[in-house]
Design a protein around this ligand. Structure first.
Ligand code: PLP
Length: 360
């Protein structure tokens, strides 16, 4: 990323975009062209809707956490009619309830967050894809915090639009987002010549992607960064990357449990890229976050939503190793002890190492 910034219409940048395209497709499980935008994740959430759902159309948003609610907010701002399937946070998506709603109305799209960063629950995209495959309804998935760290098989599962961004399991700085669009979604896009967007128009983005360019000035350094991150993922082997995330997040859960922290998720599938713990009674999540940062420069997250103060969240994504997890658990034990919890010294570390030894 520290290389000289080349002309974004020149051959070096086209090579970088082409190689990035090639390497991200297996991570998405698709043969689609991937459309890159200089944007954060929220931008491409909006882009997905504006390209296939006109004002007045009706969509079904599955809300199983904060980012599902964001999809609803975005859609309402666009004058889209939104129905929701509200799932209790921390519980798995009720696929049968979604199916029942689809029988009531021919929705333009079902919209879902693949990896709910606020709760740690993963959506069963294969089951949701099976619900829409014989209907005109599209399936739109936000995999901002999942892609690269948990499995995505876009084509096989029948996900019509997947949006994601550079800064989570793809291990880059923020600012480069992308969308992968199925043939079914392209047919919907092609039916309607009017689009109330200019920057986000997928048709223009596709024309550029076919030339290994972006429609507007490419964030060249971020593309170099993403190409390198994808190279690292493929050098390790993507299946190995998935196993590493699964094992280490489970080891962190085991260690957290031994420290007295209950998993916020009550159901499977649980995320491998974010681990969400309930804050023990008598403590406040922000205090744990601050203690970890102040004493150890360990950065974790609390919640900026209805769970504020009640959960703490560990990112377990990207370049993470056994060492990271074990160090986090030591620091967590120290922070919780200082905040007054009675913990058997080394309990978290012991549980995590035992888990790792048992699954080696
Ligand atoms: N979707 C999910 C699941 C996220 O975790 C986030 C950010 O944390 C977003 C969307 C929004 O992405 P951004 O902050 O890049 O706009």
């Amino acid at each position: 990323m520290a290389r000289i910034v080349v002309n974004h219409r020149g051959p070096e940048c086209r090579t970088a975009i082409g190689e990035t395209q090639e390497m991200i497709r297996p991570i998405l499980g698709t043969t689609n062209h991937v459309l890159f935008f200089a944007s954060s994740g929220t931008g491409v959430m909006e882009a997905a809707l504006v390209n296939v759902v006109g004002p007045g159309s009706r969509i079904l948003v599955i809300e199983h956490g904060q980012f599902g609610e964001r999809f609803t907010t975005i859609a309402k701002a666009m004058n889209i009619t939104v129905d929701t399937v509200a799932i209790e946070w921390g519980q798995a998506i009720d696929v049968a309830a979604v199916g029942a709603r689809l029988r009531e109305h021919a929705y333009r799209a079902v919209v879902v967050v693949h990896n709910e960063s606020s709760t740690g629950i993963v959506a069963d995209l294969a089951a949701l894809g099976a619900l829409v495959c014989d209907r005109p309804t599209l399936l739109i998935a936000d995999s901002v915090s999942g892609l690269g760290g948990i499995e995505m098989r876009q084509d096989e599962w029948g996900v019509d639009i997947v949006v994601s961004a550079s800064q989570k399991a793809l291990m880059c700085p923020p600012g480069l987002a992308h969308a992968s669009v199925s043939a079914k979604a392209w047919r919907v896009i092609g039916q309607d010549e009017r689009r109330s967007t200019f920057y986000w128009d997928f048709r223009r983005a596709l024309k550029s992607a076919e030339q290994n360019e972006t429609a507007f000035t490419a964030p060249v350094s971020l593309i170099y960064g993403l190409r390198e991150a994808l190279t690292m993922i493929h050098e390790e082997g993507f299946p190995n990357v998935l196993v590493r995330h699964r094992k280490l997040s489970a080891a962190l859960r085991a260690g957290g449990a031994a420290l007295g922290l209950a998993d916020f998720c009550r159901d499977e599938p649980r995320s491998s890229t974010v681990v969400v713990f309930k804050v023990p009674d008598g403590l406040e999540g922000g205090a744990i976050v601050r203690q970890l940062y102040q004493d150890h420069r360990t950065v974790i997250a609390g919640a900026r939503n209805r769970l504020s103060g009640r959960v703490i969240r560990f990112g377990t994504m990207g370049a993470l190793s056994t060492g990271t997890i074990l160090t986090d658990l030591l620091h967590l034990e120290d922070a919780l002890t200082k905040l007054g919890l009675q913990i058997e010294p080394g309990a978290g570390l012991k549980a995590a190492t035992e888990y790792l030894a048992a699954t080696a």
